[in-house]
Design a protein around this ligand. Sequence first.
Ligand code: C2E
Ligand code: MG
Ligand code: MG
Ligand code: MG
Length: 285
Amino acid sequence: ETALKRPSRMALVSEQGGFDTDWQLSLHSSLDHAIAHQHIYLLFQPQCLLESGHVVGAEALVRWKHPQRGEISPSDFIPFIEKAGRLKPLTAHTLRLAARSANVALNAGARISVNISATLLAEHDFVSLICDNIAAGGGRPQAITIEITETAKIEDFRTAARNLERLQEKGFHVSLDDFGTGEANLSLLVGLPCDEIKIDRSFVALAQHNERARIVIRALNDTARKAGMRLVAEGIETETEQDLLISLGCVIGQGFLYGRPMRISELLSMLDVRESCEPRKLTLY
Ligand code: C2E
Ligand code: MG
Ligand code: MG
Ligand code: MG
């Protein structure tokens, strides 16, 4: 019953996209097949130093190439996979895929961020879900940032905090995604161990017209710096936005201005990877 209960956003999806919803409800039954046939894959979006454009990281974003429907975006299939209780096998797969590219990226000075839905945070095997799959993909924890998304769904705050701390002890970085929206709020920033916050793109878009948005972004930069965290500005689309963010103290950004989500080969060419050389002496951001 619960697995098949239609979530409210489905009405929205069918209005906007004209999708019928039955195929979405049946997605979970084709997950194993899709994984086995490489229909589920990652694209990577660069994260850059705003001043120089130098790439210091990349966010892995999952895609599903559906035989009938073409490329489906995560917002259109993750809610259904989650409802069906299949989020763990999907996450295990994306972690392995990300791990395969992470070491070579790290050698060029870039960490790979992987989105992890906060619903998994309080699972008893959360830490081994992350560690085992990153190890299975041959990745080093130091090469990976765990980006906690959908933070509204954190159920057990204390368990979540303890699990994230254990990941940090193993060398992973932890990031709070979409900061400033919904439940991604100050109590998370204060209560959860993290190395990075990502300001949501709605703030970036607002900043040009809204004095208080600018004040908040500047204050978040101060907070991050004093707390020893990185701050990443999301969804930068124009040079005007970029220049404004620089003036507000932002150092790192991600958005269409620097690159759309792309294949790993394209990302590596942006990174100027020389696999045969010794890893360069790196300043990691
Ligand atoms: P997110 O983590 O906030 O990822 C950023 C989203 O914004 C991506 O959409 C990206 O393509 C889009 N974006 C990046 N730059 C710009 C820009 O300049 N302008 C605009 N308008 N959009 C931009 P995408 O790939 O469709 O992903 C949507 C969401 O799905 C992600 O939001 C994330 O919450 C979730 N997601 C993606 N991959 C995974 C995954 O492997 N696991 C889980 N649990 N969630 C994932
Ligand atoms: Mg993200
Ligand atoms: Mg985000
Ligand atoms: Mg988002």
